[in-house]
Design a protein around this ligand. Structure first.
Ligand SMILES: [Zn+2]
Length: 300
């Protein structure tokens, strides 16, 4: 069975708190694992969340501030220590190549795993697999920051009533699906497009075109809401979003499940983020992220 879920490893911006680790998110997408923005302490959070180094196929870093990348050193060494048998690919802003290299080679260890460096220098597709296409879009933050988006290819859903109308049943259904046509009836005649699922990951940014483009039609949007709405000036000045801004993006984009995260340590009550997101008119599923939370990608 295919599992698609977000495993939240950490949710704090800037500094960890007693209850929140630095950022870290693992997206399980069928058999694949994509680790986003491993902040400091990610290796231990993985242990607590039941995520193994073997689960990681790809690493996506939005930008090189410590709360999104200091964990690279530990995670990369762990991938090598555990001799992960498959290659791992890392994406990060090309302008931070020197940061990536420092973190990758922060201390001595034995390299056993093929880790491909695939820096991001422009908007567009980074990888195409059977399960998804991975795209990046530039965000707006004091250091160069890219958001990421997974798009599953569209499929086709066979409609029983149309099969019946054409008198197709039994093994003929499979034959039509394999061959695309049967006795003059095409697969299109008896099926409809089943839109592929979409997942978007938007970290440190103020509102910009990239935020909206990444969020558009997402089944799940994981997005920073560092600040509450009363601190919108601070948010804009430092290149961040408020809860209300993030929720308004999700509302306009038709997001089904919104995950707010990356909270400033200045706030003590997570429920206020939820209140402000609802006040902004977002009425889909809403999660205020907590460390070690698991959030299933909504069913198609
Ligand atoms: Zn941050």
């Amino acid at each position: 069975m295919s599992v698609r879920e977000l495993v939240v490893l950490g949710t704090a911006s800037q500094v960890p708190t007693r209850h929140r680790n630095h950022n870290g998110y693992l997206l399980r997408w069928d058999g694949q694992g994509i680790l986003f923005d491993p902040g400091e302490g990610t290796q231990r959070q993985m242990l607590r969340a039941g995520v193994a180094a073997h689960d990681i196929d790809r690493i996506c870093v939005t930008h090189f501030h410590g709360d999104h990348s200091l964990g690279l050193a530990g995670v990369i060494q762990r991938i090598n220590l555990d001799q992960v048998p498959h290659p791992v690919t890392a994406h990060y802003p090309a302008s931070g190549q020197h940061f990536f290299e420092r973190l990758r080679y922060a201390t001595a260890y034995r390299e056993t795993v093929r880790l491909a460096e695939a820096p991001v220098a422009a908007d567009g597709p980074l990888a195409v697999t059977d399960a998804y296409t991975l795209d990046a879009r530039l965000l707006s933050h004091p250091v160069e920051s890219y958001g990421y988006r997974l798009t599953e290819p569209d499929g086709r859903r066979v409609l029983p009533e149309r099969l019946a109308a054409h008198g197709i049943k039994g093994p003929d259904v499979g034959r039509l699906q394999r061959e695309g046509v049967l006795g003059g009836v095409t697969l299109d005649d008896v099926s409809e497009v089943r839109r592929g699922q979409r997942f978007a990951f938007v970290m440190d940014t103020r509102l910009c075109d990239g935020v909206h483009a990444l969020a558009e039609g997402a089944d799940m949007l994981v997005i920073e809401s560092t600040f509450l709405d009363e601190d919108v000036r601070l948010a804009t000045d430092h290149g961040h979003l408020t809860a209300g801004q993030a929720a308004a993006v999700a509302r306009d984009a038709g997001v089904r499940h919104l995950v707010l995260t990356h909270f400033s340590q200045r706030y003590s009550d997570p429920a206020e983020f939820e209140r402000q997101a609802r006040a902004a008119g977002f009425d889909g599923e809403l999660s205020i992220a907590q460390d070690l939370m698991r959030v299933p990608v909504p069913k198609r």
